[in-house]
Design a protein around this ligand. Sequence first.
Ligand code: HEM
Ligand code: HEM
Length: 129
Amino acid sequence: MNKNSKILVQFAGVFGLIGAFLGAHMAGSGSYAFRPVHAHILVVGWLTLFSWSVFYKVFQTTTNLLTKIHVWSAIIGSVGLTVGMWLYMVKPFDLPEGVTLAFYIGGGVLLLVSFFVFFLITLFYREDN
Ligand code: HEM
Ligand code: HEM
């Protein structure tokens, strides 16, 4: 069983469901407050995590330290970014701006780490991996 591929596709599935639901909600309610949250849940959470899941199924099928860092920064980063963006932009709760910004920036930075580590993995990738 390929653990990296499996956990990424499961998170992609959850993001896809929530993102499509938010899209339907925006279309139905006529309010586009969720637009950036919907967009990132789908392009980062659904499309990017799904692509990485396929990458671990088709290309890099073995696990190493870099793939562990990549997968966990991808998951925690995409959850942190989208939850942070929701808290910061939609303001569903009356939280101090420091708290919402920490989520948003922390998630965004982790997601950048994830893209960088993915780039490194592609550099070290060999056919027999
Ligand atoms: C499943 C893949 C989907 C992706 C990747 C996606 C992506 C996006 C993106 C990037 C935007 C922002 C566009 C912009 O800034 O102009 C957006 C806006 C929007 N999406 Fe989606 N979306 C998806 C599915 C859906 C679904 C299923 C619905 C409705 C049932 C929906 C409804 C909307 C609405 C109402 C907007 C706001 C449109 C506007 O700003 O004029 N989306 N979507
Ligand atoms: C790394 C952390 C990221 C941060 C902090 C971030 C932040 C933002 C912000 C502030 C906007 C403008 C939203 C608005 O109109 O109010 C935006 C738009 C957008 N970003 Fe990101 N982004 C990030 C990563 C990504 C990634 C990785 C992708 C693609 C895979 C992406 C795709 C988009 C798209 C398609 C839009 C236009 C959507 C819209 O207009 O609603 N972003 N982003």
